[in-house]
Design a protein around this ligand. Structure first.
Ligand SMILES: CC(C)(COP(=O)(O)OP(=O)(O)OC[C@H]1O[C@@H](n2cnc3c(N)ncnc32)[C@H](O)[C@@H]1OP(=O)(O)O)[C@@H](O)C(=O)NCCC(=O)NCCS
Length: 389
């Protein structure tokens, strides 16, 4: 088996057929491929002679990790030919992508798994899945009587694309977990123009956006991530959804996973659903690729020396709060705790309390005083990836 990179020009013949077979109804036309949206991506394939057996894509993205925007390797398009599965080709491809990402200076990586146990083998840990929220629009109509300065305008997404992406960029600067695809890769949303966008402004400044579709008369206003800088912006967008009360039966959207939609208004009729099954899992996963690459993220207080058992981030590290941001140094001192790569990533992303780590076998043991110090250094915080890829 030989692994090599696949150029954008080669992809329609080499990697696309594997991805079409894996991810679409077949035989059939599959999804279209336009090299304009893929030139930033790195695609690797495993070959037996001329034949590609498996492929995997790495998208150069960014992600806010505890207040700092870091280079993030987004992994996607992972597929093997059916007769070549369970042959170790995908293991080799993902290992190579992660090693390349480390060499290129990426600090973290994220993906949307088909099965979490598969990617746990590569050191990824699950992030919370944002609830899919379904609201009766009639219960939002009181928001229309609220005296909220500002306006919401309605557009084909192509016309509002720059406003939506600018807002996403601004939210990424302040919101833990928010990821973004590079401009070229993301531009197909504008070119395809298959959605509407509602854009909220206050004093001329964009403060909220909801990209959505209408599924039919008395159907659904099916929204994506609810992007809003504050509750006022959120209420403007919900008020816009309320204007559809005589047209559609339900409003669906995805707010920040720490949000509590049942508290958004009095008498609101809302269901928030999170589903997790071994397959068909939509909750993202993420991992740290470089411990020194985390320097400068926002942390709590104190310091701790940990040994990390992981092929990419392994070693003994002194992690210290330097006035509220993380200082990292390799250390020869006796570690106070041993963590797997998952354990480290779970603490950095804020998704597991230190007491959970031995339960999940992400740390062999963790004495309570060390757990307290790790908790003080990495206080809980809920990540929200936002970006699909
Ligand atoms: C998922 C898929 C890419 C796996 O390819 P594969 O060729 O079987 O993978 P590999 O043989 O390299 O296996 C890699 C590791 O995962 C393990 N593994 C394979 N399938 C697994 C599964 N369904 N669940 C858990 N672990 C699995 C293997 O045992 C191996 O572990 P090891 O290296 O520790 O021994 C392939 O089945 C596929 O193309 N599926 C359809 C498309 C898809 O779902 N892609 C994933 C998108 S996120």
């Amino acid at each position: 088996m030989i692994i090599r990179s696949v150029s954008p020009e080669e992809r329609p013949a080499v990697s696309l057929p594997l991805q079409q077979y894996a991810f679409t109804a077949s035989p059939g036309p599959g999804f279209p491929f336009d090299p304009r949206y893929h030139h930033e991506n790195a695609v690797l394939a495993a070959f037996d002679g001329e034949r590609a057996l498996a492929c995997a894509t790495r998208i150069p993205m960014t992600q806010n990790v505890r207040g700092r925007v870091l280079a993030m390797a987004g992994v996607a398009g992972v597929a093997a030919a059916p007769d070549a599965r369970r042959g170790g080709h995908v293991r080799a491809l993902v290992d190579r992508h992660l090693a390349d990402a480390v060499a290129e200076g990426f600090a973290v990586s994220a993906l949307y798994p088909f099965r979490t146990s598969f990617y746990e083998r590569f050191g990824y840990v699950s992030l919370p899945e944002p609830a899919r929220v379904t609201i009766d629009p009639a219960s939002l109509t009181p928001l229309l009587r609220a005296d909220l300065p500002g306006e919401v305008t309605w557009h084909p997404v192509a016309d509002a694309y720059d406003d939506v992406r600018d807002l996403h960029t601004r939210l990424q600067r302040t919101t833990h977990g928010v990821a973004m695809r590079p401009a070229g890769n993301a531009a197909w949303v504008r070119e395809a123009n298959e959605s509407w966008a509602a854009v909220a402004r206050v004093a001329g400044e964009v403060v909220g956006a909801l990209v959505y579709k209408i599924t039919g008369h008395h159907g659904e206003l099916a929204g994506g991530p609810l992007l809003a800088v504050d509750p006022h912006a959120r209420a403007l967008l919900l008020g816009f959804a309320a204007r559809h009360v005589d047209q559609i039966d339900t409003v669906t959207l995805t707010p920040h996973p720490a949000d509590r939609p049942e508290l958004w208004s009095t008498d609101i009729a809302v269901t928030a659903a999170v589903r997790s099954t071994p397959t068909d899992v939509f909750a993202p996963m993420a991992r740290v690729l470089s411990v020194p690459g985390l320097a400068g993220i926002d942390v709590g207080t104190g310091e701790v020396t940990v040994a990390v058992d992981d092929p990419l981030t392994g070693g003994t590290w002194r992690l210290r709060s330097d006035g509220g941001t993380l200082a990292v140094a390799a250390s020869d001192a006796e570690p106070e705790a041993v963590l797997t790569g998952h354990g480290l990533s779970a603490l950095v992303y804020g998704v597991l309390d230190p007491a959970e780590l031995p339960v999940r076998r992400f740390a062999p043991t963790l004495p309570a005083p060390v757990a307290d110090r790790l908790r003080a250094l990495f206080p809980p915080v809920t990540p929200w990836l936002v970006e699909p890829f």
